[in-house]
Write a protein that binds this ligand. Structure first.
Ligand code: BGC
Length: 325
């Protein structure tokens, strides 16, 4: 109720244009695709769009501060650091600018009105279930060596992906069907700061030289996205190792090619056009002062309130269906 009151009447800025500002990270190829798709769709709907990318959290927070000074009708943020917006979004509240969190939740502030994302818990589960089935773990498959990678600690999604995958895989570590030679199995040891693939490259190099230097096989690798899967595969190939069972996320064109070539096992697709279309409907509703369509009002407690969300459904692409892409 509070949200509806807050938004009604303040969606249009003083000049009456429908100005939407978007602040996204430029850290992986998927963000560029999301940004392009949002801009194109919003412009087709008659919005005036300001799309900005940034490489660091400080830069992004500064960008959002400047954006708010221009009093747009709505601001869409793909947060680099989900906890960095508490102060800057006070201004959004004061001036009544609706804020939509895109793909990643923004924490510890009640200035966020809505969240448009994928079902991030389902993504983690889908990855875990894929490993479980492909390694025949339910029927006693193994033992297999596996190494685990997670995304960036400042992104809530990275925690959800890892937690939900591990909930499925953990029993198989207990039975000894899965073995992690490095013993690096908690989120912090497996995390990739800022989702930066150069950090993942350093870590896989280190793991391979310490634990796989005498011909030990590495049969499976949990990779949190395609960008990171790419560098892991490169490093394993450079050492002449067998291709592992390896996950990915985002359906990057490079990953689709690797799946076609039999190098990467699968990716989870978060169709940018699907997320964009849902987010654009949300933007239109908040700008027009109506209630957007949401399908989740329980999952995303940001520490201050549960953010009403629209969660899209991800799907798996592997050798069985990759020819459609
Ligand atoms: C997104 C992934 C993306 C990653 C790195 C996550 O929040 O959900 O799709 O690969 O960030 O940018």
């Amino acid at each position: 109720m509070f949200i509806a009151i807050l938004i009604t009447g303040c969606g249009e800025n003083s000049s009456g244009d429908k100005k939407v500002a978007i602040a996204f990270p430029n850290t992986t190829p998927s963000w560029q695709r999301n940004g392009d798709s949002m801009k194109k769709t919003l412009e087709e709907e008659g919005f005036n769009v300001e799309l900005q990318f940034s490489a660091t959290s400080d830069e992004q927070v500064k960008q959002v501060k400047e954006i708010l000074e221009n009093n747009p009708s709505c601001v869409v943020i793909g947060a680099i650091d989900g906890e960095a917006f508490v102060e800057v979004l006070e201004q959004a509240k004061e001036q009544g600018t609706p804020i939509i969190a895109f793909d990643r939740i923004i924490k510890n502030t009640d200035a966020v009105n809505y969240y448009a994302s994928f079902d991030n818990e389902a993504i983690g589960e889908a990855m875990g279930e894929y490993f479980e089935a492909a390694l025949n773990l339910k029927n006693g498959g193994g033992p297999y060596n596996i190494e685990l990678f997670a995304g960036g600690p400042s992104d809530n999604n990275a925690h959800l992906f890892f937690k939900n995958t591990m909930a499925i895989l953990e029993p198989y570590f207990k039975t000894g069907q899965l073995v992690c030679p490095s013993k690096q199995m908690d989120f912090n040891s497996c995390a990739t700061a800022d989702w930066n693939s150069a950090n993942a490259r350093n870590r896989i190099k280190d793991l391979l030289s310490k634990y796989y230097n005498a011909g030990q096989p590495l049969q499976a690798v949990l990779s949190p996205n395609d960008d990171i899967a790419g560098v892991i595969l490169e490093e394993m190939k450079a050492r002449g190792m067998q291709k592992p069972l390896i996950s990915g996320l985002d359906a990057d064109p490079a990953a689709i090619n690797r799946i076609k070539a039999g190098e990467q096992t699968f990716t989870v697709s978060k169709d940018p056009d699907l997320l964009t279309s849902k987010c654009v409907r949300m933007i239109k509703a908040v700008v027009e002062g109506t209630e957007p369509s949401i399908n989740d009002v329980t999952t995303y407690d940001n520490g201050v309130k549960v953010i009403p969300a629209y969660l899209c459904t991800p799907y798996i692409i592997d050798s069985g269906n990759v020819s459609n892409y």
